[in-house]
Design a binder for this molecule. Structure first.
Ligand SMILES: [Zn+2]
Length: 135
């Protein structure tokens, strides 16, 4: 799996991107080189309510900063396990950096538009959206 190095996300910026509203993030294990991509789509009208997708499948919901996997009755799938791990440690940049490389997909994590300037590509957010996120 080769992703443009410019799309690499600094672990300290991960939470902002995950909660931006339209984030597609790929995580690559530094130990196994396996990769997994999650799409975290926020309800823009309801703060802190997000749906999490893996490979176009709905795998759970982030609500009030808690992840609830779906369907509840089934044992955890490996995607769910991976997401739970990421969610648990996304506020621990050192731990992230030791275990995973993180990439965005070249689009703004808030509005989904293609990022064009080097500054925007570096942070994964467009110039207008970064202002809104940091409010
Ligand atoms: Zn944007």
């Amino acid at each position: 799996m080769k992703l443009p190095i410019e799309y690499k996300v600094e672990p300290k910026n991960l939470l902002d991107l995950m909660l931006a509203g339209d984030a597609k993030l790929t995580f690559i294990s530094l130990h196994t080189q396996k990769h997994i991509t999650f799409f975290i789509k926020g309800d823009k009208f309801q703060a802190y309510d997000y749906k999490v997708y893996y490979d176009n499948h709905f795998i759970g919901r982030l609500s009030n900063m808690q992840f609830q996997h779906y369907p509840k009755e089934l044992p955890l799938s490996k995607e769910n396990e991976a997401f739970e791990w990421i969610w648990k440690y996304c506020c621990q940049p050192e731990r992230m950096a030791k275990n995973l490389d993180i990439y965005h997909n070249g689009n703004c994590a808030r509005c989904g538009r293609v990022l064009t300037t080097p500054e925007s590509i570096l942070i994964g957010l467009g110039p207008e959206c970064v202002k809104l996120i940091n409010k």
